[in-house]
Design a protein around this ligand. Structure first.
Ligand code: ADP
Ligand code: MG
Length: 610
């Protein structure tokens, strides 16, 4: 438009205002579904049925058993900025409901043909309102409906061709809706959710009352592999509680697609959170890999501002630094327990043994048919163990000092021997073969030793603090005025990290001192990255990461190389060290250091026990 064509300032007509709002909140069918589902939850529903046609483009119908909308309020529900959820600024500051802007229904109604049918407990029978995209206010008609609400959205974007053009294939749009429903299912385990597409049942989830049912739902949303390779998190401190599941470092992904984070039940994608979790996984993850997690953070709603994004995907924590620290420390701590243990809930990297043995027989074998020949090795050991408990460790009695059949009749069940068992042989100069109570173990010698050395170097550094040295030639850096200011405000933190920076001008700083271990590295890049971390997160783990990188390289060079012959006592010593070393389930690059084959697995391979 030419400036000379200036038109007078006019208020926008209502339908247009709603369509503009719809531009922010309703991008595609999935975003409409998200808004409708959040309304169900806010109305106290625990049963939700979703019906879709053509990926949600021609129909989205969401029906719930919440408390409904009284008939006289139906037209208000469709009015712009009308909500039952907040009434004052004070309410807004500690909002506990998912919605509060009063924009979703009028926005969706402005770009589709929307019908709202509802019955509140105090009304007899239900009432229906058909919206008029032009902002008219038609009267509600009686329509039968149980207590609860059904919102029907037909022909999304029928009146906004520009938007319609951005819609993808039915398959893609449906996929986005499925993502939304998956997140909903993970956000509230007490919900019953079902979904149909083009008349076909797609999904049917029942409320998950206990841990087992929850893990089943988790498996539906993230796959069984995640459930088999995750650690449970539950930690509470300083008014925060974090719960959920985090993937083992060896179960990493090439993308950030399996990362679910809920703040007080609301799914968010937050940079601070992502950074804290990443940092928790520091140095147990292969480069360029991403952790998988499903985590729930609970905190006082007054400590988090949810009013920063129209679709509320982002939040702002009142004390971001504290939240970051809490998350980082919790995850770091949980991951430090990834080492061989007796009863690890998820015993590290499990091998999938797929022998070519046909379908597995369901249920336990019929005892009548079971002859002694068909006993599995496991069963034989158990039977034998009842007679001679000392052998339950699975070790030949002769190898157990002071143990002979019948010597320890009571202590036997508890004494399973060390988790990684005892070394038997070295294979191809690379692997240690060992036998424990459950079966056999293979250890990647080099990878294991590398982790042990690395953790040792880190522990040494923690004990003695970061040593620093002055740069022979101080490095002068041109930076922004803001970065100069950061250098001053964070001087203490920087010196804790072993960095001494001085201000040399309004837009210039000088690096004078760095950690010993980093003297040879690219100091300029490091300092720039640290400053940018400080600007975005108020903290920085760059120095630690850089130092750890150096230690990791040192550990790699200091580790036993392939083809070094080790004798049995040396191998056993390595196994015992692994059991004592934090994070020893994976090497510094995130590869597994050991695998276990249980007797069951071996039995299956050899068709025993059937
Ligand atoms: P918001 O959720 O931000 O309040 P919406 O436009 O999504 O705004 O909904 C407007 C109002 O309509 C809500 O505040 C609520 O009172 C009512 N409402 C919408 N959906 C439902 C539902 N499924 N059950 C009960 N009430 C609902
Ligand atoms: Mg809403």
């Amino acid at each position: 438009m030419n400036l000379l064509d200036r038109t007078p300032i006019r208020p926008l007509p209502d339908p247009l205002i709603n369509q503009i709002a719809a531009g922010e909140v309703v991008e595609r069918p999935a975003s409409a579904v998200k808004e409708l589902l959040e309304n169900c939850l806010d109305a106290g529903a625990d049963r939700i049925e979703i019906d879709l046609e053509q990926g949600g483009v021609s129909l989205i119908r969401v029906r719930d058993n919440g408390w409904g909308i009284p008939s006289e309020e139906l037209p208000v529900a469709l009015a712009r900025h009308a909500t039952s959820k907040i009434g004052s600024l004070q309410d807004l500051e500690s909002v506990a409901s998912l919605g509060f802007r009063g924009e979703a229904l009028p926005s969706i109604a402005s770009v589709s043909r929307l019908t709202l049918t509802s019955c509140a407990a105090e009304d007899a029978g239900g009432w229906r309102l058909v919206s008029d995209a032009n902002g008219g206010a038609p009267a509600a008609q009686p329509a039968p409906h149980p207590v609860g609400t059904t919102v029907e959205v037909r022909d999304l974007f029928y009146n906004v061709p520009a938007r319609r053009k951005f819609l993808r294939t039915e398959r893609t749009e449906l996929g986005h809706v499925e993502d939304v429903v998956r997140r909903l299912a993970l956000s509230r385990f007490d919900l019953n959710v079902s979904m149909r597409h083009n008349g076909r049942a797609m999904l049917d989830m029942r409320a998950a009352p206990d841990q087992r049912a929850r893990e089943l739902r988790l498996a539906k949303a993230c796959g069984q592999a995640f459930v088999d390779h995750c650690l449970h998190v539950d930690h509470e401190a300083a008014g925060f509680r974090i719960q959920g599941w985090i993937g083992l470092p060896t179960f990493s992904r090439s993308q950030t697609d399996m990362q679910y984070f809920f703040v007080n039940g609301r799914m968010v994608r937050d940079r601070l959170v992502a950074h804290a979790v990443r940092q928790g996984y520091q140095d147990v993850l292969y480069h360029g890999r991403h952790p998988a997690f499903v985590l729930y953070l609970e905190l006082d709603p007054a400590l988090v501002d949810v009013n920063v994004h129209p679709a509320k995907y982002e939040v702002r924590f009142r004390n971001g630094r504290l939240v970051h620290d809490f998350l980082y420390r919790t995850i770091h701590e949980v991951l430090s327990h990834t080492r061989p243990a007796d009863e690890a809930p998820t015993p590290a990297p499990q091998v999938q043994l797929r022998a070519n043995v046909g379908p597995r027989m369901p249920g336990p074998a019929n005892p009548v048919e079971q002859t002694s020949m068909s006993l599995s090795v496991q069963e034989q050991l158990e039977a034998y163990g009842k007679l001679y408990p000392a052998r339950q460790s699975g070790l030949p009695a002769s190898e157990r000092q002071g143990a002979y059949p019948g010597a320890l009749p009571d202590a036997a069940p508890a004494d399973q021997g060390p988790p990684l068992g005892h070394a038997i042989a070295q294979l191809h100069g690379i692997y240690i073969l060992s036998q424990n109570a459950r079966g056999l173990i293979l250890v990647d010698m080099h990878a294991a030793h590398e982790r042990i050395t690395y953790e040792g170097l880190k522990a040494g550094l923690d004990a003695s603090g970061i040593r620093t040295q002055p740069l022979l030639v101080p490095v002068s850096l041109a930076v922004s005025a803001k970065e100069v200011q950061l250098t001053e405000t964070h001087a203490d933190l920087l010196s804790e990290l072993g960095l001494e920076l001085t201000v040399a001008g309004p837009e210039r700083i000088t690096v004078r001192r760095v950690p010993n271990l980093l003297a040879e590295s690219n100091v300029e890049q490091l300092v720039r990255d640290v400053l940018s971390d400080l600007a975005t997160h108020g903290s920085s783990d760059r120095v630690r990461v850089a130092i750890n990188d150096v230690l990791s390289t040192m550990a790699c060079h200091g580790s036993v190389r392939a083809n070094r012959r080790l004798n049995l006592p040396e191998m056993d010593a390595l196994l015992r060290q692994m059991e004592r070393t934090e994070r020893s389930d994976q090497c510094n690059h995130g590869r597994p250091t050991w695998i276990e084959m249980k007797l069951d697995d071996l039995d299956r391979l050899f068709l025993r026990g059937r």
